[in-house]
Ligand binder design. Structure first.
Ligand SMILES: *[C@@H]1O[C@H](CO)[C@@H](O)[C@H](O)[C@H]1NC(C)=O
Ligand SMILES: *[C@@H]1O[C@H](CO)[C@@H](O)[C@H](O)[C@H]1NC(C)=O
Ligand SMILES: *[C@@H]1O[C@H](CO)[C@@H](O)[C@H](O)[C@H]1NC(C)=O
Ligand SMILES: *[C@@H]1O[C@H](CO)[C@@H](O)[C@H](O)[C@H]1NC(C)=O
Ligand SMILES: *[C@@H]1O[C@H](CO)[C@@H](O)[C@H](O)[C@H]1NC(C)=O
Ligand SMILES: *[C@@H]1O[C@H](CO)[C@@H](O)[C@H](O)[C@H]1NC(C)=O
Length: 934
C-alpha cells in the first residue's frame, strides 16, 4: 500500500527517463555531476522501516546537529538511495547491511539536488532486492528562522530577558528540514527519538521519555520510546522550559498541557477539554487512542492554528490557552474546537493517512467536521452545531467562483501542496461529509467510519476506500461479534426512494469530490407539482455572458434533496441524479422549503412567485421554519443576488422579518450581509448611500441594540449576539453604546488596567478607547505587558480601529520588524487594517512593498499569504483597482502566477464591480423607500 494510482500514472508519463538507477542528465547536482533521479516524488525501490534519530540543538548558538540511522527494505536492486533533505549540511553518509558488512559501511558520496529538495547516496555495491540495510547520515543545520522545520521561538520572561525554545512544524513538507528522510505521507515507519539538551530545559517528543542519560558538562540525553508507524510529517520534538498540568483519562492516557511558565494558570480549561474530547473519540471511533500520552503545547510563535503531531499536538497560544479574566465565550468555543480538531486527527490523519496530498481533505475535511460533532456532544452549551452553517457558507463563498478547484486536486510541488490546505479541503470537505451523514443516517455514517479506520489503521487510504467502507457497513467482524448492523440496502431503503438494488456511493460522492463547484437547484412549484433542475452555481458570472455555456458544460451532481412543505414538516427526500426532475407532492401545498436545515451542499432558487411566498411566510410566522432554515434562506437570497438570479430589493425585503427574529444565528446572518454591503459601498466612494444604509441599520436594529446589557450574563447565544451587535453599534457610532464604552474605558484606565471588564464587551471598550491618542498609547503599553493572548488580540484589533493612518502604518512596521507585535500576528493585522476604511489602500501598498519579505517568512501558497492577498483586495470594487492589482501580480509573476489565491482575488474584484453596477441604484431606491417607513 505505498503508492497512489496517480503516482503510477505519473511514472508512466515519465517512464522513458525514470527507470530505476538510470541517469537523467537533465538534473544536475550542486557539484555538477548528474543527479540520478528526475522526479519530485521518491522512487519506490526502497522503503524506510525504522528511524533512529538523534538531535542535539543548541539554543545559544541557534544551531543543531543530528544523526539518523534508517532501517530500509529494498524492493528493486539499486546503487542509489534517494531521500529528502533541505538546508541540511550532510557531514557523513554510509550504508550497512544486516550483517554489518564493513565494506558497505564506508563513507558514501552524497549528491544534492536542491530544486527537488533531494539528496542521493551513491553506493559502489548494489543494494539487493529483498534485503534489509541501514542508511546512516550525520548532519548539521541552523535552527529555522520561519515557522517550519525545526524552528526557533522566543518569549520574554517575567524578569524581561528573552527565553529561547526550539519546536518543530513539519506538515506538509518540512520534516526534511530537520532530518534527511523519505518525506512523503505513504512512507510510514517507526521512530526512536533521542534529544540532547541542557539542564535548564526539558525535551518532548511524540512518545513518552523512557530514560535520561547524563553525558557530563551539563548535557543530558532524553530517550523516547519507540513510536507506532507514522508518516514523517507527524514527527515532532520540542526543547523548552515550559510548565505543565496533567490528568489521566478514564482509559489511562496521560494528558498534559504545556505553556510558558508565566501562562501556566491558563492551561486548565484546555486540560479539561482535552480529557473529555479524547474520551469522546475513543468511544465514537471505537478504537483506543494507541499512545500512552498526549501532550498539548502552546508555542509562542506559530504560523497556523495548531498541528496534530501524534502524541504531541502544538498550538498557537490563543488556540490553547484560556484566561477567565479576558477570554470571551467565542475564545472558549475556538479553543474547544481547535482541540477537538487536533484530537480527531489522531485517528483521521495519523492512524489512517491519505496516500498523497491530493486527498488532504480526507484529513482536514474530517477533522473540521469531527470538531463540530465532538464539541456538540461534549459541550452542548457551546452550540457548536450552529457553527456548521458558517463553515458551509465559507465553503460556498469559495466554491461558487470559477477559480475554485475540486476537493481532490493534483499537487506536486511544495507550493501546490501548501495550497491544498484551503477552504475547499477543510470547509467544503466538512460540508459534504455532513451531507453524507444526513443522507446515510448518523449510525450508518459512524459505523462506516469505524470500519474505514479499522481497515486502514497504520496505513494509507484514498477517497474510494472511504466510500467503499461507508457503503458496505457490515463486516464479517460485525456479524461474528453479534452486533446489530445494517445491510447497505436496508440503510438506504428507509430513507430514499431509490430504484436500484445497489447504491453506488462512490459514483455519487465523486460528483462532489472530483468536480469543482456547487449546484444550484431551481424549483418551480405549481400547486402539487414541483419541477426541479440543476445547474452550476456561479457568482459574478451571468447566463448572458459569452463564457456561461462553457462554464456549465459537463457539470452534474447526484444531489440528495430534502424538503418540507406547508403540509408536512417531516423531512421528505428525493435523489436528483439528472439535470431535471419532477416531484408530485400529492395534496395542495402553499409553500415548499428545500435543503432542510441546510443538510445538503447546494443553493436553492424558487422561481416564479416562490420567493414571494417565502418572504410572506417569514413575515407572517417565521417560527414555522427552524432557525437554520431561516438562516439558510437569508444566505441563499443574497447569494442569488450575486448570481443575478434575484433582485437585491427582494433579498432586502426578506430581511424585513428580522424585526421579529429572536435567534442569534439568522439575526447575525442578516446583519452580516448589511454590514458587508455597507463596507463595500463605504470604500467605493458613495458616502450618501453608505450613510443611509448605516442609518437604516441603526434604526432597524435599534431594539436589538437597546436590549443588550454590558455584561457576561445569559446563554451562549445571548452572549455571542451581544458581542456582535455592540461591536457593530460602536463601530457605527451609536451614541448610547459609544457613551457606555467610553465610561467603562475611563474606569479601566483609572484602575491602571486592573479592573476586570465583562469579557464579551472588552473588545468594544478597547476599540472606543483607542480613538483618543492617550487611550491608544495606554492600550499599546498594556499590549506589551499582557500575559493573555486573548487580551492581546483584542487590544490589537482596537489599536487597528484608529482612524489615524500614521498609527496604522506604525503597527504594520512593528509586525514586520517583530517589535512588540509578533510576525505570526502580522497577516491578521494586515487583514484588519484593510477592513478599516482609512486603511485599505495603506494595507495594499504595504503588501506590495514588502511582498518578498512576506513570502520569505510565510511561504508561498500558505494560508497566511492567502489571508494577506485576499484580505487586502477583497473590498476593491473598481476597474482601476482591478488593473492595479493585475499589474502587481504581473510584476511578481515568476513566483506567484501559479497561485490560486491571485486568480481568486482577481475574480473577486470583478464580482464586486459587477455587483455594484447592478445593485447600487436598487439599493439607493430601496433605502429611501424603507427609511421613510420609520
Ligand atoms: C548557518 O548560517 C550561517 C550564517 O548565516 C551560514 O553561513 C551557514 O552556512 C548555515 N549553515 C547551514 C548548515 O545552512
Ligand atoms: C551550546 O553551545 C555553547 C557554546 O558553544 C556551549 O557552552 C553549551 O554547552 C552548548 N549547549 C548545549 C545544550 O549543547
Ligand atoms: C511499529 O509500529 C507498529 C504499529 O504501527 C507496532 O505494531 C510495532 O510494534 C512497531 N515496531 C516496533 C519495533 O516497535
Ligand atoms: C495567573 O498568574 C498570573 C501571574 O502568574 C496572575 O497575575 C494571574 O492573576 C493568575 N490568574 C489566575 C486566573 O489565577
Ligand atoms: C406560528 O407557528 C408556530 C409553530 O408552528 C405556532 O405554534 C404558532 O401558533 C404560529 N403563530 C401564528 C401567529 O400563527
Ligand atoms: C500601572 O501598571 C503598570 C504595569 O501594568 C506599572 O508599570 C505602573 O507602575 C502602574 N502605574 C501606577 C500608577 O500604578
Amino acid at each position: 500500500m505505498k503508492f497512489t494510482t496517480t503516482f503510477l500514472h505519473l511514472l508512466l508519463i515519465f517512464a522513458t527517463d525514470a527507470v530505476y538507477g538510470s541517469h537523467n542528465y537533465a538534473t544536475v547536482a550542486t557539484n555538477g555531476q548528474p543527479f540520478p533521479w528526475a522526479e519530485r516524488r521518491l522512487p519506490d525501490n526502497i522503503f524506510p522501516v525504522h528511524y533512529n534519530l538523534l538531535i542535539h540543538p543548541n539554543l545559544t548558538t541557534l544551531k543543531f546537529t543530528g544523526s539518523v540511522k534508517i532501517e530500509v527494505d529494498v524492493t528493486h536492486n539499486t546503487n542509489t538511495v534517494i531521500l529528502h533533505s533541505k538546508h541540511l549540511q550532510i557531514v557523513k553518509a554510509s550504508i550497512e547491511d544486516e550483517m554489518d558488512d564493513s565494506s558497505l559501511g564506508v563513507a558514501l558520496q552524497v549528491l544534492e539536488y536542491p530544486p527537488h529538495e533531494q539528496i542521493a547516496l551513491l553506493s559502489a555495491n548494489t543494494l539487493l532486492a529483498g534485503k534489509k540495510y541501514f542508511v546512516y547520515l550525520s548532519y548539521a543545520a541552523n535552527l529555522s528562522e520561519g515557522f517550519h522545520g525545526f524552528y526557533k521561538s522566543t518569549y520574554p520572561s517575567k524578569g524581561g530577558e528573552t527565553r529561547i525554545l526550539a519546536s518543530t512544524h513539519f506538515e506538509p513538507t518540512s520534516a526534511r528540514m530537520a532530518f534527511p528522510c523519505f518525506d512523503e505521507p505513504a512512507f510510514k515507519a517507526n521512530y526512536s527519538i533521542t534529544i540532547r539538551r541542557g539542564a535548564e530545559h526539558i525535551a518532548l517528543s511524540n512518545m513518552p521519555k523512557v530514560k535520561t542519560v547524563h553525558l557530563g558538562d551539563g548535557l543530558y540525553e532524553d530517550h523516547f520510546d519507540i513510536s507506532v508507524r507514522m508518516s514523517t510529517y507527524l514527527v515532532a520534538f520540542i526543547v523548552c522550559d515550559f510548565k505543565s498540568v496533567s490528568k489521566m483519562t478514564s482509559t489511562g492516557v496521560k494528558i498534559s498541557v504545556y505553556a510558558v511558565p508565566d501562562k501556566w494558570n491558563q492551561t486548565h480549561y484546555a486540560l479539561e477539554a482535552a480529557v473529555k474530547l479524547l474520551e469522546f473519540y475513543e468511544k465514537y471511533f471505537n478504537i483506543y487512542y494507541p499512545l500512552p500520552k498526549q501532550d498539548l503545547v502552546a508555542i509562542p510563535d506559530f504560523q497556523l492554528g495548531a498541528m496534530e503531531n501524534w502524541g504531541l499536538t502544538t498550538y498557537r497560544e490563543t488556540s490553547l490557552l484560556f484566561d477567565p479574566q479576558t477570554s470571551s465565550v467565542s475564545d472558549k468555543l475556538w479553543v474547544t474546537l481547535v482541540i477537538g480538531h487536533e484530537l480527531a486527527h489522531q485517528w483521521f490523519g495519523n492512524l489512517v493517512t491519505m496516500e498523497w496530498w491530493n486527498d488532504i481533505w480526507l484529513n482536514e475535511g474530517f477533522a473540521r467536521y469531527m470538531e463540530i460533532v465532538s464539541v456538540e456532544a461534549t459541550y452542548p452549551e457551546l452550540q457548536a452545531d450552529d457553527y456548521l452553517l458558517g463553515t458551509c457558507f465559507a465553503a460556498i463563498g469559495r466554491d461558487s467562483m470559477n477559480s475554485s478547484r475540486p476537493i481532490t486536486t493534483a499537487a506536486e510541488s511544495p507550493t501546490e501542496i501548501n495550497e491544498m490546505f484551503d477552504t475547499v479541503s477543510y470547509e467544503k470537505g466538512a460540508c459534504i461529509l455532513h451531507m453524507l451523514r444526513s443522507y446515510l443516517s448518523k449510525d450508518v455514517f459512524q459505523s462506516g467510519i469505524v470500519r474505514y479506520l479499522r481497515k486502514y489503521s497504520y496505513r494509507n487510504a484514498k477517497n474510494e476506500d472511504l466510500w467503499n467502507s461507508m457503503a458496505n457497513t457490515c463486516s464479517d467482524e460485525d456479524f461474528t461479534s453479534g452486533e446489530f448492523c445494517y445491510s447497505s440496502n436496508q440503510a438506504f431503503k428507509n430513507r430514499y426512494k431509490y430504484g436500484g438494488e445497489h447504491l453506488d456511493l462512490k459514483t455519487m460522492m465523486n460528483t462532489w469530490t472530483l468536480q469543482k463547484g456547487i449546484p444550484l437547484v431551481i424549483v418551480d412549484q405549481q400547486d402539487n407539482i414541483v419541477r426541479i433542475r440543476q445547474e452550476r452555481f456561479l457568482r459574478g458570472i451571468f447566463p448572458t455572458d459569452p463564457v456561461w455555456p462553457s462554464l456549465q458544460e459537463g457539470y452534474l451532481w447526484h444531489i440528495p434533496l430534502t424538503y418540507i412543505t406547508s403540509n408536512s414538516r417531516n423531512i421528505q427526500r428525493h435523489l436528483l441524479e439528472t439535470k431535471s426532475g419532477v416531484i408530485d407532492l400529492r395534496g395542495n401545498v402553499s409553500w415548499i422549503k428545500f435543503n432542510t436545515d441546510m443538510n445538503g451542499y447546494y443553493i436553492v432558487h424558487y422561481e416564479g412567485d416562490g420567493w414571494d411566498k417565502i418572504i410572506k411566510l417569514l413575515k407572517e410566522n417565521h417560527t414555522l421554519l427552524s432557525h437554520k432554515d431561516r438562516t439558510h434562506l437569508i444566505h441563499n437570497a443574497f447569494q442569488l443576488v450575486s448570481a443575478g438570479k434575484l433582485s437585491l430589493d427582494r433579498a432586502l425585503d426578506l430581511l424585513l422579518y428580522l424585526r421579529f427574529e429572536t435567534h442569534n444565528v439568522p439575526l447575525l446572518q442578516g446583519l452580516g450581509y448589511l454590514e458587508t454591503i455597507f463596507r463595500m459601498i463605504e470604500k467605493a466612494g458613495n458616502p450618501d448611500v453608505a450613510q443611509n444604509l448605516k442609518n437604516y441599520i441603526l434604526k432597524y436594529f435599534q431594539d436589538v441594540i437597546d436590549k443588550q446589557t454590558w455584561s457576561d450574563e445569559g446563554s451562549i447565544s445571548d452572549r455571542r449576539l451581544r458581542s456582535e451587535v455592540l461591536n457593530l453599534a460602536c463601530d457605527f457610532d451609536h451614541p448610547m453604546s459609544v457613551k457606555k464604552a467610553n465610561e467603562l474605558f475611563k474606569e479601566w484606565v483609572r484602575s491602571n488596567g486592573t479592573l476586570s471588564l465583562p469579557t464579551d464587551v472588552i473588545m468594544m471598550v478597547y476599540s472606543v478607547g483607542a480613538k483618543s491618542a492617550e487611550g491608544w498609547d495606554f492600550l499599546l503599553e498594556k499590549y506589551k505587558i499582557s500575559l493573555s493572548g486573548a487580551e492581546q488580540s483584542k487590544i490589537l484589533s482596537a489599536l487597528i480601529n484608529t482612524k489615524d493612518v500614521d498609527k496604522l502604518l506604525r503597527l504594520l512596521h512593528m509586525g514586520m520588524k517583530e517589535d512588540t507585535i509578533r510576525m505570526q500576528d502580522l497577516p491578521s493585522a494586515i487583514y484588519s487594517v484593510a477592513i478599516n476604511p482609512v486603511g485599505h489602500s495603506l494595507a495594499w501598498n504595504f503588501v506590495k512593498k514588502y511582498w518578498n519579505e512576506l513570502v520569505e517568512k510565510f511561504e508561498l501558497g500558505s494560508n497566511s499569504i492567502r489571508t494577506i492577498i485576499i484580505g487586502t483586495t477583497s473590498h476593491f470594487s473598481s476597474k482601476e483597482d482591478l488593473n492595479e492589482v493585475k499589474m502587481f501580480f504581473e510584476s511578481i509573476k515568476e513566483h506567484s502566477s501559479q497561485l490560486r489565491a491571485t486568480q481568486m482575488c482577481l475574480e473577486n474584484i470583478e464580482k464586486n464591480i459587477r455587483w455594484l453596477e447592478r445593485n447600487l441604484e436598487t439599493l439607493k431606491t430601496w433605502l429611501l423607500k424603507n427609511i421613510m417607513g420609520f
